[in-house]
Design a protein around this ligand. Structure first.
Ligand SMILES: [Zn+2]
Ligand SMILES: [Zn+2]
Length: 465
């Protein structure tokens, strides 16, 4: 989710091994078994369980059709410089082109459907009734000091362990070599640095003279709150806003935000109501481009031209968030210069964009996420063509190729795959297997609307579960 503040959500990963077994009537497929939920970052188990060469080779083409039509909502905070339609349409054009060029898939289409105030948008977040909202807001930092962090230490360290330690220590300054030694030390450093940064944010003022953030009084500019609203609203795949959003979920201290300026540039998170991006929605904000507050500006001094604003918003922020949502590529800190997903210490948006423009092409280290998604798309297409056996081959590939460090959650992606496996077996009239994989889809992601519906259908037509 964040680039120096582009943010990325990731909720509790648990790792699952999918093992192959022979399937009499569908010889090239395999069945998938959940074997473990231990949180290891090793990919060895999955590799070992990948089906051996019984499957014919399946090629993922580089230029693929990806039919995405995304509804866009614009959310205006009156305390910050306004957003005009021309900027938005140029930024969306840039995002579409960048996404196509970097990932070798057809460009998404955007439809701007509405502009609204922050109040109206946040009213879409049913904080009281949403379990997700309650959970996130519980871990929201209230700005009272380090003691707020103490009960969140273990979860936060677990979260940081998604990345290799070495890729995180680039955010530690030279005066603190101890912080580079292990995750525990790094976490202590991160928490202290974050608390100090929030103190600075609390004393900052918007151009209308109001406080930038008041975490002890309101969640109005809280990441936990915006994440919640983005997840619960029903109308938009993409939100563009001009507001400031403070990184503040203490159990998920995204390294570049918590060791940076605690500022969110974008979000890609789950949304069970929106299908276009695979039950997710995303957001980007122009705050870092347009703010008058020097130390929060992403422009290192000189104001941006209209073209540059549109490029930062589109090529840099929106394309990055779309890649989180579509491919599940997490935020990275050590990929090469052409990587749209990498954040570097003290790099402004302007510097990051320049580096991207000088290094056209696809990031080789992001390729495995893109390939895994290609197999999933091919499987879907085969199901539409009523070719379930071929679909199962692609699904086997998708399950073994999906990296475990997956933006939005590995279990969720595995649930989507299980759901499609179940559909394939339904087409093959193999009811028991269809039911088994529907159940697995539900176990892997109990909130999945698709899995819930499928399970209901299968259990109502075949009797009790
Ligand atoms: Zn990100
Ligand atoms: Zn990369």
């Amino acid at each position: 989710m964040l680039k120096k503040s582009r943010h990325s959500l990731a909720i509790g990963l648990a790792f699952i091994t999918w093992s192959a077994s022979s399937v009499a009537q569908v010889p090239v497929s395999r069945s998938l078994h959940v074997q473990t939920s231990s949180a290891s970052t090793s990919s060895t188990a999955t590799k070992a369980a990948t089906p051996q060469a019984s499957s014919p080779p399946v090629q993922a083409k580089q230029l693929r059709q990806l039919s995405l039509e995304l509804q866009v909502g614009v959310v205006i905070d009156k305390a910050f410089p306004d957003l005009d339609n021309q900027l938005i349409s140029r930024a969306l054009e840039n995002a579409a082109k960048s996404f196509q060029d970097r990932f070798g898939v057809t460009a998404p289409r955007f439809v701007v459907s509405s502009t609204m105030s922050v109040d109206r948008f946040l009213a879409k977040a049913p904080v009281e009734s949403s379990e997700r909202c309650r959970k996130n807001l519980q871990h929201r930092y209230r700005g009272t000091g380090l003691s707020e962090f103490s009960s969140r230490r273990d979860k936060a360290i677990q979260f940081l362990k998604r990345w290799p330690l070495k890729s995180l220590t680039v955010f530690v300054d030279a005066k603190n070599p101890e912080a580079k030694k292990n995750y525990g030390n790094l976490y202590e450093y991160l928490a202290k640095k974050y608390v100090n940064t929030v103190e600075q944010l609390k004393s900052a003022r918007t151009s209308t003279g109001t406080p930038l953030v008041e975490p002890n009084k309101t969640a109005r500019r809280s990441f936990a709150m915006w994440f919640c609203a983005l997840s619960e609203q029903t109308d938009y795949d993409v939100i563009i806003t001009n507001t400031f959003i403070m990184a503040d979920i203490m159990t998920e201290p995204h390294p570049h935000a918590f060791m940076g300026r605690a500022k969110i540039g974008g979000i890609a998170g789950p949304n069970q109501h929106r299908k276009a991006l695979g039950r997710s929605a995303l957001l980007a904000t122009t705050f870092g481009i347009d703010t008058h507050i020097d130390w929060l500006s992403e422009l290192s001094g000189t104001p941006a031209t209209e073209a540059e604003r549109a490029s930062i918003l589109g090529d840099y922020l929106l394309a990055h968030e779309i890649a989180h949502a579509v491919f599940g590529i997490p935020d990275m800190f050590d990929h090469p210069s052409e990587c749209l997903m990498t954040s570097r210490p003290d790099e402004t948006y302007r510097q990051g964009l320049k580096l991207l423009q000088e290094n056209i092409g696809a990031c080789p280290r992001c390729r495995k996420w893109v390939k895994a998604r290609a197999y999933l798309d091919k499987a879907r297409a085969e199901l539409v063509r009523d070719r379930p056996k071929t679909a199962l081959r692609y699904l086997a590939r998708a399950s073994s190729r999906t990296p475990k460090h997956f933006h939005g959650g590995y279990k969720k992606r595995m649930s989507q795959i299980s759901y499609l496996v179940s559909q394939a077996y339904q087409k093959l009239k193999r009811k028991k297997r269809a039911k088994r994989f529907a159940k697995r889809a539900l176990q892997l992601d109990p909130k999945s609307t698709d899995a819930i519906k499928l399970w209901k259908v299968l259990t109502s037509t075949t009797g009790s579960p």
